[in-house]
Design a binder for this molecule. Sequence first.
Ligand code: KMH
Ligand code: ZN
Length: 314
Amino acid sequence: MATKKNIIITCAVTGSIYTPTMSEHLPVTGPEIADAAIGAAEAGASIIHLHARDPETGKPSADIDDFMGFIPQIHQATDAVLNISTGGSSLMTLDQRLAPARHIRPEMCSLNMGSMNFGIFTLKKRFSEWKHDWEPALLDATKKTTFQNTYEDIENILSDLGNDKGAKFEFECYDMGHIETLAFYFKEGMVKGPLYVQFVLGVMGGIGATPENLMAMKAAADRLLGPENYQFSVLAAGLQQIPLATMAVILGGNVRVGLEDSLIMPDKQLAKNNAEQVRKIRAIIEELGYLVAKPDEARERLKLKGRDKINATK
Ligand code: KMH
Ligand code: ZN
C-alpha cells in the first residue's frame, strides 16, 4: 500500500493444531473461548479468528452448537470482526469444515489456497502422557492425510461464502504457489479486492519461518497481485510468531497472533492467555511508532459487510 495504515491485529484464539496436554491455557469450552476472544479484543485485536472445540475433550469441532457456545457472547461484548475458519482440522470433511461459516455468515472467513501436507506429528515427541487419547491420534493422522483444498473446493467457498453470503476472506498462503493460485482467481475476476493475504510461515509442509522467506512471499505477492491490490498479514508458527510479526509491521503489513499459532511467548514460557500475545505485539507496534487499527478501520479497509449482517444466534 502506498501510505502506511494502522496495524490490524488478528488473534486466532484456539485453532486445531495444539492440544490440551500442551498447554493448560488453551481455551476449550465455550466460555473459555469467549473469554479468550473478549480479552484479545480488549487488548487491541480487531479481528478474532475462530475455531471450536468439543467442550468435554478439547478435540477440534465443527459442531454449530459448539460455535454457538461463544459466538453470541463475543458478538455482544465486543465490536471485533469475527472471522470463522473454513480450515477446521485435518480429520474433518470439507462439508463439516464449512458448516459453521455457512450458518454464521460472518464478515470474514479463512480460505486456504491449496492442498498440502500439514504435519503436526513432530509435536508428539515432546510429551509422554496425554490428557485424551484423541491427541496423539490426531497428531499421527497428519502423517498420512493431506489438508485438502482443491481448485473446486476453493471455487465452492468463493461462491457460497463469498458471493452468496457476503464474506471477505483471509487468504491463507503457506507457500509461493498459493499466491500464484490467488493471483489466478484475482485475474479471472472470481476474487475481488481488496485482498487480505495471510502469509503463513512455519507449518511443516509449507514455507519455513525465516525472514528471507517472508521477503520472498511479499515480493511474489507484489509481483503477482500488485501492491495496490492487497494488504498482507503475517502468521508465523511457534517461536517465530512475534519476530516475524514485527518484521511484518516494518514491511508495511499486519499481524496475527494467538494460541492457534503459538503457545509460547518470546521467552519460551507458555502464554497465559491470548491477550498476553496481543499485548506483546501491540507494545512492539507502538514502540515502533505505529498505532493499532480499531475494528471499524479494519472493516473499512477490507470492505466488510458489517457486524449487523452476521447470524450470531442459533
Ligand atoms: N492454523 C493456521 C496455520 C484455517 O483456520 O483455515 C492456518 C489457519 C487455517 O488458520
Ligand atoms: Zn485457523
